[in-house]
Every structure is written in C-alpha cells, then in structure tokens.
Design a protein around this ligand. Structure first.
Ligand SMILES: CC(C)(COP(=O)(O)OP(=O)(O)OC[C@H]1O[C@@H](n2cnc3c(N)ncnc32)[C@H](O)[C@@H]1OP(=O)(O)O)[C@@H](O)C(=O)NCCC(=O)NCCS
Length: 226
C-alpha cells in the first residue's frame, strides 16, 4: 500500500541532533552549505526522515541505504535491488512529504500563496482545460484552485522522473466525479503507464497530490514520527 508521510519541519527542529546524526558525510557537507537556516532544516530533516522511513519499510539498517539519481535528478534506491520501494519527496513551507510505494510515485505539496491569485503570472504553465477550471473559481478560491491544479501536474512530472524538463502546458490533468485523471500529455515519447491521482488532505493552508502508476490503490497518509 502506498504511504505518504507528512513531516512537520518546525516540530522536528527540537530533534535536530538526531536528524543530523542520520546523514551521510556527503549530506552533512551539503547541509553546511545552505545560507538560510530554513533551507538547511528542510534538507536535514527531509533526508533523515526519508532514510528512516525507507529503512523501516525494508526492515534494514538505515546506514545501508544507497541513493542514486535518475537522468533528471529523481532520487532512487541504488541498494536493495528488487525489493527496493519507489519513493518521492516534496517540500513547501512547514511540510516535507515522502511518498513510498511498490509502484512508481510522484508527490507534490504547495502552500496556497496569495500571489497565486494574480493568475496571469501563472497561466503559461496550465493547459487550456486547467486554465478554465482555475478561471471559473471565485476570486476568494482562485489561489487554492491554482495550487490544486499545480500540485497534480507536479506530482505527475515527478512520478515520470522528468520534472520541469517536460512542457507543462502540454499536460492536462482534469477532475471529474471520479477524481483527477490525466486527460492528455502531448510531450514527445510514448508512455503506456496509467497514472492515478489522489488529492491529499495534509493542511488547510496547502494543497498536495500523489500520483502513482497502475491500478487504483488505497493510500495511507500518516504524520511523522512512525
Ligand atoms: C523535480 C522538480 C519538479 C522539483 O520541484 P520543486 O517543486 O521545486 O520541489 P519539491 O520540493 O516538490 O521536490 C523536490 C524533491 O523532488 C525530488 N526530485 C528531484 N528531481 C526530481 C525529478 N526529476 N523527478 C522527481 N523527483 C525529483 C527530490 O527528492 C527533491 O527533494 P530533495 O532534493 O530534498 O531530495 C524540479 O526541481 C525539476 O524539474 N527538476 C528536474 C531538473 C530539470 O529538468 N530542470 C529544468 C529547469 S526548468
């Protein structure tokens, strides 16, 4: 069953020493290079909790996990081949989300920012169908509508592992009474995978979405610590 873990970063700062102790030497060096404490906290807590959750799912020592990156930077497990779960992470504001599953996953979380309401700045990333949904929202709900559309799109390109190298206006994810679904992706390259989307309820000030491959699955949404 796919799991999504929500890590409340400010709540974890009190346990910073424990998180730092779980980093590799390379991660410790990277953590030291952040100029802003907030970025460093996200990095350290994100890496520590991800390692812990994956090791727990595999029932192995966290120190044995080796990470590698795909062509566009998507982290994957390079160790424990065969049994390795798929995973993906996202950061925004106070939250780090980790999605873990037996199938390919992408996850995105985004704070609903008031400037999202200045729609014109963001229209270029949307497909016409998505633009229509956001423009139909009342002004008070427009920022939330844009965040909803945006996290679905990001979850999808992150599941593919291609991130923003894919043209976003050429992808439409539209919701009907059964929930969000991929209407089309006109980017080059054949992709036979069926992707499922689940809007997640983490925090009323944020929107988040999980995309996973294959048949519909029940998703367990949990709050760190395990
Ligand atoms: C992946 C990407 C969409 C992240 O977007 P974001 O909203 O800024 O960041 P999020 O917090 O949601 O996600 C970041 C996490 O995604 C994961 N990630 C990185 N590259 C990824 C990729 N190609 N696919 C899926 N996940 C990726 C990482 O785990 C990262 O967190 P970490 O560095 O702490 O491990 C974006 O950075 C991207 O497209 N990268 C690919 C590189 C690229 O093609 N750049 C084109 C420049 S426009």
């Amino acid at each position: 069953m796919p799991e999504v873990w929500a890590v409340d970063v400010p709540a974890e700062i009190a346990r910073m020493a424990e998180h730092v102790a779980r980093l590799t030497a390379d991660e410790t060096r990277r953590a030291a290079r952040f100029h802003h404490d907030a970025d460093r906290h996200h990095f350290v807590i994100g890496r520590s909790t991800r390692r812990t959750l994956l090791a727990r799912r595999l029932d192995v020592d966290p120190a044995t996990l080796v990470f590698v990156e795909g062509r566009h930077g998507k982290p994957q497990l390079g160790s424990h081949a065969g049994s390795a779960p798929r995973f993906n992470s996202s950061h925004s504001g106070r939250w780090v989300l980790h999605a873990l599953a037996e199938v390919e996953v992408g996850v995105d979380v985004e704070e609903i920012r008031p400037d999202f309401a200045r729609l014109d700045d963001f229209l270029w990333v949307l497909a016409p169908e998505e633009r229509a949904v956001v423009q139909a929202a009342t002004p008070a709900l427009r920022a939330a509508a844009l965040a909803t559309v945006w996290v679905r799109k990001e979850a999808y390109v992150k599941a593919l592992g291609e991130g923003l190298s894919r043209s976003l206006p050429d992808i439409a994810i539209v919701a009907d009474e059964h929930g969000p679904a991929l209407a089309y992706d006109h980017n080059p390259g054949k992709n036979e995978t069926i992707w499922r989307f689940m809007d997640l309820e983490i925090d009323r000030a944020y929107k988040s979405c999980l995309a996973h491959a294959g048949p519909p699955l029940e998703v367990s949404v949990r709050t760190w610590p395990p």
